[in-house]
Write a protein that binds this ligand. Structure first.
Ligand code: FAD
Ligand code: DCQ
Length: 424
């Protein structure tokens, strides 16, 4: 018998637990899920929460009942230390959990500390966690009564650019609906070398598409931007040229600011030799397995992926939902192979497929493989994307509530587009 432990119950961890349960040997294996939160959160909806289009409860799912039904053991505790040399995880209550296989799916630590004055404990709002988005919503309530300049974007070292664009367009849409957009000068500040780079060297004509959208909505932008510090109501930015040399200093006044931080791995894994890189991201091979500890796998934002190109201001590669699902499916199959005494052979396609909301419209991006030149590259704008994203939100939340590991139509729909999760 084997004890398979999944650490983290987010976009990666929940499908991981469900697919693993489905693929594990029915009588012999047990699947255990550890999370510091009693609820799942649909992170992609956080920007909607931040402007009050969703309530936090709308995008949360209570985990215990579903996991009980699926016979997955749930330990609601924060992991304080992963100890891969001893196949053990230490928990915040002082207890520990042993495993035969571990899947690390903790998502990111949000590195607000890397810029003075940055983050919910400093002078800016955040949409990276539902609790931050809930705070941002309260702030927004006050802001719309007394509006002023807004700064939105992503700082140096960020890898998750989509939500910054989404939030800018959603905030713009909300302000127009309230007929106060004219009182709000907006500036988009990003570490990307150009608008629409997205950490991916662009996807289709994402540069043209997003520049045009920013222009249409009168949102100014600064690219190649490094945020030096943030004070109450003021951001200090150094814009660099293509060689990384200082081009211009900006002082941007704001009444409201939301910037995406850089990510690192979580504290429970940081500094463990052989398991993680210097930023604390879990090192995995093409089978999602750690090369040093061969019973440890990792999926989601917490894995190490090298940047696809060096940019004048550091940026990282995004890890999006579909990519994460492909890592999950490969991992579940590979652990099953190890259970059967074989070597892992499944590789995720890591296809980047993403629906970005813009409030009243949206943009869909498909990139496969991630690094250009690509076999599939596509970016399109339309109201259907806004509607598709709402549909996907409902679908994913239902999947988590019911504990569905993978309905067949999900595969069928995407196969038609030439997108599959596993490489053959
Ligand atoms: P998470 O979903 O963050 O899950 C990690 C889980 O681990 C959490 O439940 C956390 O509580 C738990 N955890 C962490 N540390 C511990 C610990 N020490 N002990 C126990 N539990 C722990 N991708 C898309 O494809 N489409 C989108 O539209 C999209 N929108 C996004 C919007 C935002 C604002 C952000 C930040 C990201 C977005 N992404 C999107 C990217 C990506 O899909 C999400 O970041 C996704 O949540 C990543 O999934 P994950 O499982 O790696 O991490
Ligand atoms: O997991 C996903 C996710 O959550 C993190 C998203 O954020 C909203 C996504 O956009 C995934 C998988 C996606 C991509 C969803 C694309 C669905 C497209 C369906 C198209 C069907 C065509 C017939």
């Amino acid at each position: 018998m084997a004890r398979i432990v999944i650490l983290g119950a987010g976009i990666g961890g929940i499908p991981m637990a469900l697919e693993m349960k489905h693929l594990a040997r029915k009588k012999q294996d047990e699947v255990v899920l550890i999370s510091d939160s009693p609820t799942f959160h649909f992170v992609p909806s956080n920007p909607w929460v931040a402007v009050g289009w969703r309530k936090p409860e709308d995008i949360k799912v209570e985990l215990a009942p579903m996991l009980k039904k699926r016979k997955i053991e749930f330990i609601q505790q924060k992991a304080t230390k992963v100890d891969p040399a001893n196949n053990r995880i230490e928990l915040a209550d002082g207890s520990s959990v042993n495993y035969d296989f571990l899947v690390i799916a903790t998502g990111p630590r949000l590195a607000f500390d890397e810029v003075p004055g940055f983050g919910p404990h400093g002078h800016t709002q955040s949409v990276c966690h539902v609790d931050h988005a809930a705070e941002a919503m309260e702030f927004w309530d006050g802001f719309v009564k007394d509006p002023g300049p807004v700064v939105v974007g992503s700082v140096q070292g960020a890898s998750c650019f989509g939500p910054a664009y989404e939030y800018a367009f959603i905030a713009d849409t909300d302000l127009r609906r309230r007929k106060i957009r004219d009182k709000v000068p907006m500036t988009f500040v990003t570490s990307e070398p150009y608008i629409g780079h997205l950490g991916l060297g662009g996807v289709g004509d994402s540069k043209g598409l997003l520049e045009s959208e920013l222009r249409d909505r009168h949102i100014k932008w600064i690219t190649n931007a490094k945020v030096d510090k943030i004070e109450a109501g003021k951001m200090f930015v150094t814009e660099v040229d293509d060689d990384g040399k200082e081009k211009k200093k900006h002082e941007l006044p704001f009444k409201h600011c939301m910037m995406i931080p850089a990510f690192t791995g979580v504290d429970a894994v940081r500094g463990i030799e052989g398991l993680v890189n210097p930023r604390g991201f879990v090192i995995v091979d093409e089978y999602q397995r750690n090369p040093t500890f061969k019973n440890v796998y990792s999926v989601g934002v917490c894995i190490a992926i090298p940047p696809l190109e060096q940019t004048p201001v550091p940026t990282g590669v995004p890890k999006t939902g579909y990519m994460i699902e492909s890592m999950v499916t490969a991992t579940a199959h590979n652990i099953r192979e190890q259970l059967d005494g074989k070597e892992p052979s499944f590789k995720g396609t890591w296809a980047a497929l993403c629906l970005a909301d813009m409030g009243d419209t949206g943009a869909a991006f498909i990139a496969q493989p991630q690094i250009p030149p690509r076999n599939v590259t596509w970016a399109k704008k339309g109201r259907w994307v806004h509607l598709a994203k709402i549909a996907f939100e409902k679908y994913f939340l239902r999947k988590v509530r019911k504990g569905i590991s993978e309905p067949i139509y999900e595969r069928l729909g995407l196969k038609a587009l030439g997108i599959v999760r596993l490489k053959n």
